[in-house]
Design a protein around this ligand. Sequence first.
Ligand SMILES: Cc1cc2nc3c(=O)[nH]c(=O)nc-3n(C[C@H](O)[C@H](O)[C@H](O)COP(=O)(O)OP(=O)(O)OC[C@H]3O[C@@H](n4cnc5c(N)ncnc54)[C@H](O)[C@@H]3O)c2cc1C
Length: 507
Amino acid sequence: MKQKMTRVAIVGGGVSGICAATQLAKEFMEHPTKDHKLEIVIIDPNPKLGGPLYNTESINAFLAQPFNEINLPSVHKKRSLLKNPEQVTYSDYGNYLRKHLEETCEYLEEKNAPVQIHTEKAKGGATIPYLRAEVRDMHIKDGHAELELSTGKTLKADAVVLATGNPLPENLRDSKGTPLTNYSGYYRCYQEGLKPENLNETDSMMLIGMGASAHTFAASAIRNGYKGNIMLASRRGKSPQCEPPPEKRVTRTYTPRYFTVETLKAMKEENGEVTAEQFWSLFIRETHRAAPLGINRREVADSCFDHFNEMNRIMSVEERTNFATKYGADWNFMINRIPEVHRKILGDLCTEGRIDYREKIVSIDRLDDGNFSIVFDDGKKPPAVIVPKIVNCTGPSVRLADMNPLLHKMQEHGLVTQHPLAGINVDETLHVRDYNGASSKILYALGPPTQGEFFESVSVPAIKQCTMTLVESIMRDHSIGIFSGGGMSDGVAGNRGTGRRGDHGKG
Ligand SMILES: Cc1cc2nc3c(=O)[nH]c(=O)nc-3n(C[C@H](O)[C@H](O)[C@H](O)COP(=O)(O)OP(=O)(O)OC[C@H]3O[C@@H](n4cnc5c(N)ncnc54)[C@H](O)[C@@H]3O)c2cc1C
């Protein structure tokens, strides 16, 4: 019998791309398919894989979670993180991601496995586990995708995973509507503002946002030798809690009774809709049940993490939008974590008067002398603060237009469309929807650009969770493993729990 070959191209070699590749390899090895070979090709133009966050030396901050929550699927069962698994820096994590992928490739080659991850020789002779190129454009022809690469070559693939990563934050505008990008002293993302040559250019700066991005930026700036003052400012003044140090971490398990998929489905069946208010009330009801058991809100939220996307999707897009607007920040601030070590750095500087917090921003304007004036309605004096530098730490934009040039091109071809809430329009099993709303069997997406359909899709535990759904879809659509026709087992099931909660870049 002729051997069937399926090629899966993964566009982007960050956490999402590497997680998708290693999970696919693992599933294929655990459920080998007779006369079927799988080739996985990760495509990324960067000299190092891992995505920008885990590749930027100057962001030498700590991840919020301990290693056991952020280690990726493994076919070789090794744990290649060498440092203290309780406190992982972004650079440690980048090194881990690359090592993990290399070890996976070596293992598959050693075993002469029917699944291979593409490797090639880089300049200088080293073997790299990816195709180093940018995907510039993409077309669908005769049931497969054709990817146009920056190398001038075209790659054909049976399935393509769009794992193109974190969009920049949405641009901020002044009170006349002019985008602040027009002005010097305004930085739209943490990497730019953290460059060593930019770091000490002013003796004060304002970070717009009080979430994980802002705390990561502030802690990294200080650890990189920033000498000046920092103000963290936001509309609502809310900030994620601190991850307790390992010795104080309590890992109690709680089984929700009210805030569950079943209850929400029953509500929808009875009333035709679950409103954002009803959704939130159900969560609050759960917290009231949990409180006498000594379980706090955050622990209740953690216990719902694995099913949150499924529960959230029971609401209509309109109600999900309402939820995101009214309660999204509250949910994020419960689920997200600020690493204890960052809080300590910032807490000490707060006492010294170098870090300050303000809320209720009314306007941001550029003055003739080149400074920015930020006006607050928080009752504090003076209402306006003048700073020479602003860093936008409001978290990834939700607009497809702010995402990357490839997605733009694909949008023009009608291959991807804007989700009504945020990012790429995917269905509940991560198939990309085209301009007719039809789910593709060739294009899939993973990670932050899928935030519209998958509220939790940004943090590493959330990406791990979504990868389960993605891999099941690819295997089902392309008749791989337990979906190859030889009968089904219960090996792959949608929305299986993997991680708990995570911390991500929402400001
Ligand atoms: C400041 C900040 C702090 C965070 N802290 C935490 C934390 O403590 N814990 C946690 O769990 N999560 C955290 N997160 C979230 C999480 O780490 C990110 O969401 C995650 O890294 C995203 O991974 P990704 O692979 O989807 O995207 P990215 O890491 O952005 O990678 C995308 C890759 O796609 C490539 N690419 C893009 N376009 C193309 C193209 N056309 N062709 C080829 N390649 C392309 C890029 O080169 C890049 O390498 C944080 C996020 C931010 C912003």
